[in-house]
Design a protein. Structure first.
Length: 687
């Protein structure tokens, strides 16, 4: 009998795939835990080599030590497996993977603490920080980041406080994971199952077709609507069934507030307090003070200054917008009609149609996903000269995912780009960009190129039609693609400072900048053709898009500001947070609120950005970066929106530099001066 050949964990060896991309087809569930544990062991081994070195600590033997005698992937195993599992947790999770994540969370948090609280390692880094010789700008920034990173992680604390910090971080790690798991489960558990076709009144064919397909996939008759945005948003916008709109709205806006295992109310309270306690243990008054130390905004006062300036500038217009909406509803329903939150999208659509004769469904036939992809790639080519080649030989984690090789304008290989477009069970909602491999330059001078991925939840194709997008979905694609360009153009020596490894109120600049192109006529003409007739998007329709560009813009701005206000209210607390989340939330964002608040709805319990993501005390970043993106695009408008010299300057000064310099320095290198709010106000028609 032939002895079975022992299988090797794919994380333990070279992948043997094009560009060493992740061999998703080889990875099994049990590989993750084995790779994590081995990765921790190798990390400890590497740190022991550094701390055990009898020579005087130097930048070379302490900050960038690399023993490659055991193979180029020996000491980066933990990063490799972490990147893959993180993606799977967001894009293709299941009960077994969720259970494994719960098991590994305290182990990985402990390891992170063991590194950041290692006194011997910090002693060497501190010595280099205080005694280093001449360094390049990038080396100096790496050293400063390393030293301050250790300090901000508790390296200066006494042993008792270090133990406290360990406990706090381990608990926070578990709770953030629980928060995300609860939200995913509760959102996926809901479905609105309709069997009476009369209840579909008002819904466009695309929404009906998608709901029919969803029912068929679950082996049910009729139509199924879910809380995934491509299903939820059209239902609220078009359905004439007010009672069903209410049912959908309340299901969405009361997620994780119910008396069940998925309730996130107490988890949020605990996370807010854990972060406050961690910050105060490290010597900061509030968690916001801790976070903003490494942000362009610098202080809570500056954040509130931005948010309050936006309220002052936009609120009068937003109130007018809401009054016009109510007037439209009364015009259609009678003078005694009382507008409710589940009515807003419905009557907003009616008003927009009356005023501009434009809606998302009119544009869908011209926005076929395959052609949009070509349009977005073509835009990158026109600006930067890069090209994309679909690469079916590169393994992917789901059949929906497409992989591409990206080549620079000189024909050199630049990056691998993955795109994951559609919602499915086991995939979180929203849209984001991530990396499987970051860019860096190794000791031999090899420029290790990045593998980046964009993940979205677009309208799926049906049996009758290809995937047809809304203009909003095209904007989302451009947004995430902007992040991916930041990653793909990375060209720095150290991976910790490459690509999107920048301060969080700067990271949204490249993404929001790209959204500006969504309504540029010359861009739309490159891909917006009717999926059946091939006719181009008519000029008069484009003109209506342009005229409606700022429709409800002030209300939309205040919505974002309100989220920033909640975030800051939680994380500027100096005392223990003991209030009930729901009433606290409503009071916190009241200044920006212009529409009715319902007593049982709650944003906080599903606000992943500030509870389980990296935007705690940082949600204002979207508006901060919007000031930057409007200011930057104004430069392109002056010099030409497809001007390759301007684009090259944007690439050289911002996209390729990562976090190697202060963000304001990078921005001023591009524009020649600091940004102002003027371009944003002008773009929004407020000025």
């Amino acid at each position: 009998m032939t002895e079975e050949i022992k299988r090797t964990n794919p994380f333990f060896e070279d992948y043997g795939t094009p560009h060493e991309t992740i061999p998703f087809h080889k990875i099994r569930l049990e590989d993750y835990e084995e790779a994590f544990m081995e990765g921790i062991k190798r990390d400890d081994e590497e740190i022991a080599l550094i701390t055990g070195n009898p020579e005087e600590p130097t930048f070379e033997n302490t900050l960038i030590f690399k023993d490659e005698s055991k193979g180029k992937h020996y000491y980066d195993l933990l990063d490799r497996v972490s990147n893959v599992m993180s993606c799977m947790m967001s894009c293709e999770t299941n009960d077994e993977l969720e259970a494994l994540a719960q098991k590994l969370s305290p182990i990985l948090t402990k390891h992170g603490n063991d590194v950041s609280l290692n006194p011997e390692l910090f002693k060497r880094i501190k010595h280099v920080y205080e005694n280093h010789g001449e360094l390049t700008n990038e080396e100096a920034r790496l050293l400063e980041n390393a030293y301050k990173g250790f300090v901000r992680s508790g390296a200066l604390l006494n042993d008792e406080d270090k133990d406290k910090l360990r406990k706090l971080t381990e608990e926070a790690g578990l709770l953030t994971l629980q928060f995300s798991q609860n939200l995913l489960k509760e959102r996926k558990d809901f479905e609105l199952h309709i069997t009476d076709e009369a209840q579909l009144e008002g819904l466009p064919d695309t929404a009906r077709d998608a709901a029919r397909l969803a029912a068929k996939q679950k082996e049910k008759e009729g139509w199924i609507f879910t809380l995934d945005i491509p299903s939820y948003s059209p239902f609220l916008t078009y359905s004439t069934q007010r009672d069903l709109r209410e049912k959908m709205y309340m299901a969405y806006n009361t997620l994780c507030t119910h008396d069940n295992e998925e309730n996130n109310l107490e988890i949020c309270k605990r996370l807010i307090n854990l972060r406050r306690e961690m910050a105060q243990l490290l010597g900061y008054k509030t968690y916001a003070d801790y976070v903003l130390e490494h942000r362009m905004a610098s202080t809570a006062e500056n954040v509130y200054g931005l948010l309050n300036n936006l309220i002052d500038a936009y609120k009068p217009t937003a109130i007018e917008e809401q009054e016009e909406l109510k007037a439209m509803a009364r015009k259609l329903e009678g003078d005694d009609f009382e507008m409710m939150p589940w009515d807003s999208a419905f009557y907003s659509h009616k008003l927009k149609m009356e005023r501009f004769n434009i809606d998302a469904e009119m544009l869908r036939p011209y926005l076929q996903l395959d052609k949009v992809i070509n349009g977005v790639f073509g835009l990158a080519n026109r600006l930067y000269g890069i090209t994309f080649k679909e690469a079916p030989e590169i393994p992917v984690y789901h059949p929906d995912v497409k992989a591409y090789e990206v080549y620079d304008k000189d024909g050199e290989y630049l990056a691998v780009f993955y795109a994951d477009f559609f919602p499915r069970d086991g995939k979180h909602g929203g849209a984001w960009m991530t990396e499987f491999q970051g860019q860096w330059i190794d000791r031999k001078g090899n420029n290790v190129r990045p593998h980046v991925s964009v993940v979205m939840n677009f309208t799926k194709p049906t049996e009758e039609k290809p995937a047809l997008l809304t203009l909003g979905e095209v904007e989302t694609f451009l947004h995430e693609f902007g992040h991916s360009l930041h990653g793909m153009f990375a060209n720095t020596r150290f991976g910790s400072m490459s690509g999107t490894n920048v301060w969080w109120d700067f990271v949204e600049l490249p993404s929001q900048f790209m959204e500006n192109y969504a309504i540029e006529k010359e861009f739309l003409r490159t891909f917006a053709f009717h999926y059946e007739t091939g006719e181009p998007l008519p000029d008069e329709l484009i003109d209506r898009i342009l005229k409606s560009r700022n429709y409800m813009v002030a209300s939309s701005c205040l919505r974002q500001v309100s989220f920033g206000l909640i975030d800051m209210a939680y994380y500027t607390k100096e005392e223990p947070f003991e209030e009930d989340i729901i009433p606290f939330e409503k009071k916190a964002w009241e200044k920006a609120m212009i529409s009715q608040q319902l007593p049982n709805t709650c944003m906080t319990v599903q606000f992943s950005h500030i509870m389980a993501g990296g935007y705690s005390a940082g949600y204002y970043s979207y508006k901060w970066a919007e000031v930057l993106d409007a200011d930057a695009f104004a430069v392109f408008k002056r010099e030409g929106i497809f001007n390759q010299e301007t684009a090259q300057r944007f690439r050289d000064c911002i996209l390729s530099k990562g976090g190697t310099e202060h963000p304001m320095t990078l921005y001023k290198n591009f524009k020649g001066s600091e940004p102002t709010i003027d371009a944003l106000l002008e773009r929004n028609g407020i000025k």
